[in-house]
Write a protein that binds this ligand. Structure first.
Ligand SMILES: [Mn+2]
Length: 350
């Protein structure tokens, strides 16, 4: 069935692609790369299952989106998950657990030859993943597709950010997150989930401005970098809340956030930026944060400002042991759907 013949009022058919759409890579404009990877997570597992759980929850979504109607007709498609990535994640995750456990006993990785070898393998694995995603994204761009990424932990989008910079030119990142993710090689892992924004500052020269929103868990080293690096502008959760308590509206704060973004914007959405009641199984939940509506409103305002979203990711969605009992995937699927719609809207005249 061609996507134009699809009845959006019908029951979601599980043999169809994400959101129940009858898409293929050929008839879809936006490709959502699933990256089931959580090698370096530091607190708890589960985010590698994010793409799978989001797809399962996505069949329940109704298609009407008041902020961006009918854009699904452009076609959203998620390819099969790559089996090599799944296997490699499982193996390297096990290695990382041994390293983290050794560190938490107060030991150094480099004092243990075997662990040091495993650490080298993990760093090589992160590098390989980045290159794989970069090549995949460049290939899709050359076929006139748009690309977004569904993690996995927050280390996963680096390859897409790199490809987006090369394909679209200068851009800024709008990061929604509880964490700053500015650590240099956290726990020895070059491509740590806690290092994604540090790495993008190092590796992607087209990335001119990083605008962080909702940050509320960070270390001294990260705070120093926020202060000293002119490309970073951080809107701490603490300061946002204080501004609201003192009478500023969310609209005023959004206008301020958006004013720091250049014309082309990459959105990196770590679901732990939300209030943890909406993502209680995420890898590293922190109290505070946002309602989904606030972030939806912020994204809508970005699009209304005339800025163009060039690519995006949603990461750190998990589901815990009992996914039936979890709201995370349902929230993640709806956020992803609306991001797709606003993304297409911002590219309407591109
Ligand atoms: Mn993060």
């Amino acid at each position: 069935m061609a996507i134009t013949d699809f009845d959006p009022n019908s029951v979601g058919i599980a043999s169809n692609n994400i959101f129940g759409l009858p898409t293929t890579e050929d008839n879809a404009k936006l490709i959502l790369l699933p990256i089931p990877w959580e090698v370096t997570v530091s607190y708890r597992n589960g985010t590698a299952k994010g793409p799978e759980k989001i797809v399962e929850a996505s069949y329940q979504i109704d298609m009407c989106d008041l902020d961006a109607m009918n854009y699904w007709k452009e076609g959203y498609f998620m390819p099969e998950m790559d089996k090599t990535i799944i296997k490699k994640n499982d193996y390297l995750r096990h290695c990382a657990e041994l390293i983290i456990s050794n560190l938490s006993e107060g030991n150094e990785t480099c004092d243990n030859n075997q662990l040091q070898k495993k650490l080298d393998e993990i760093n090589k694995g992160g590098e390989d993943l980045k290159v794989w995603i970069y090549s995949k994204a460049m290939e899709l761009f050359s076929k006139d597709k748009y690309v977004a990424l569904v993690g996995g932990d927050h280390s996963t989008p680096l390859g897409l950010m790199k490809a987006a910079g090369e394909h679209f030119g200068d851009f800024g990142i709008l990061q929604i997150d509880a964490h700053a993710d500015l650590r240099k090689a956290y726990e020895g892992f070059t491509y740590s989930h806690a290092s994604i924004m540090y790495n993008v500052l190092q590796e992607v020269p087209q990335m001119k401005k990083l605008v962080q929103v909702g940050i509320r868990d960070f270390c001294d080293e990260e705070y120093d970098l926020m202060q000293s690096e002119p490309r970073i502008k951080t809107f701490f959760d603490n300061h946002i809340k204080a501004r609201e308590y003192e009478g500023e509206t969310w609209k005023q704060i959004c206008d301020d956030i958006i004013s720091h973004l250049p014309q082309q914007v990459y959105i990196s959405f770590d679901i732990d930026g939300l209030d943890p009641k909406l993502c209680k199984n995420t890898g590293t939940p922190v109290q505070g944060g946002f309602e989904t509506e606030q972030i939806q409103y912020l994204f809508k305002k970005v699009v209304e400002s005339g800025r163009r979203i060039i690519a995006f990711d949603l990461n750190e969605v998990s589901c815990g042991e009992d996914s039936q009992d979890s709201i995370d995937a349902s929230v993640g699927a709806r956020i992803l759907y609306r991001m797709c719609n606003l993304f297409m809207k911002s590219n309407e005249n591109a």
